[in-house]
Design a binder for this molecule. Structure first.
Ligand code: AMP
Length: 257
């Protein structure tokens, strides 16, 4: 595992002739993350997984502090998935004292999730660009689960002319339809049961029908349910169940991702 920028650059210096795939994660790995790692392993000579809970993308301090950590489990998962290099920097390594350079994907970063979590996508875009400049990947792997994040990164790659192939993998779900998320672990058994209503509502593919279904189900508070003209178009939403906030989306046209 590399913890410094110098270390990861050193490890990668001998591997730059071939393709390099990056899989950015915040840890607490589940099958959704593993699907990205598998795709990267199948397509790239070198697979780099990054493990960094990015403080800049959390507007809520309590949410950051509660974010699940399990480095031993994550390193074991990465090893089993055939990851070549894990880059797990400290917050100081990524944001050294005096840090003041930010990347803002202005319009896309302000709608939907961005409207509810001001500064979130500025944090995402900044850290992802920094990880890209450190690792210099040929391919980057992201999940359709975070559809707006994918759209922001696609825009970033285009706007700044980065030479990176973006790969987007379909959302991995539990058998009952609930999208896998590190945050699901925070739900009580009762809340976990109620979470099914969220994925069922989105599965209607219609914002009004989804809102009506959720209004009728007990105790889910809607932050937003909206169609978004992303590539591909999605019905995206965020709900709060107790103290946990979940996001999810369904693809509206063509095949997922
Ligand atoms: P995170 O660790 O939550 O930042 O997620 C790291 C990557 O895994 C992001 O590209 C996510 O979109 C992706 N991801 C998270 N959950 C899922 C899921 N259920 N299915 C597919 N990809 C996912």
């Amino acid at each position: 595992m590399a913890q410094t920028i110098a270390d990861v650059r050193g490890v990668l210096s001998g591997r730059r002739d071939g393709s390099i795939g990056i899989v950015p994660t915040m840890g607490a790995l589940h099958e959704g993350h593993r699907s990205l790692l598998r795709a990267a392993r199948a397509e790239c000579d070198t697979v780099v997984m990054t493990l960094f809970v990015n403080p800049a993308q959390f507007s809520d301090r309590a949410d950051l502090q509660r974010y699940p950590h399990n480095e031993t489990h994550d390193l074991e998962s990465a090893r089993k998935a055939g990851v070549d290099v894990v880059f797990a920097p400290s917050a100081d390594e990524m944001y050294p004292p005096g840090f003041q350079t930010w990347v803002d994907v202005t319009e896309l970063g302000e709608i939907l999730e961005g409207a509810h979590r001001p500064g979130h996508f500025r944090g995402v875009a900044t850290v992802v660009l920094k990880l890209f400049t450190i690792v210099r990947p040929t391919h980057a792997y992201f999940g359709q689960k975070d559809a707006q994040q994918v759209e922001v990164i696609r825009r970033l790659i285009r706007d700044l002319a980065l030479e990176i192939e973006l790969r987007v993998l379909p959302t991995v779900r539990d058998a009952d339809g609930v999208a896998l998320s590190s945050r699901n672990g925070r739900l009580t058994p009762d809340e976990r049961e109620r979470a099914v209503a969220f994925s069922r509502a989105l599965a209607t593919g219609d914002a009004d029908a989804a809102r009506a279904l959720l209004a009728a189900s007990n105790g889910l508070e809607i932050d937003y349910i909206e169609r978004a003209d992303f590539d591909p178009p999605v019905l995206a939403g965020a709900v709060r169940i107790g103290s946990t906030r979940l996001i999810d989306n369904v693809v509206l046209e063509g095949d997922e991702a």
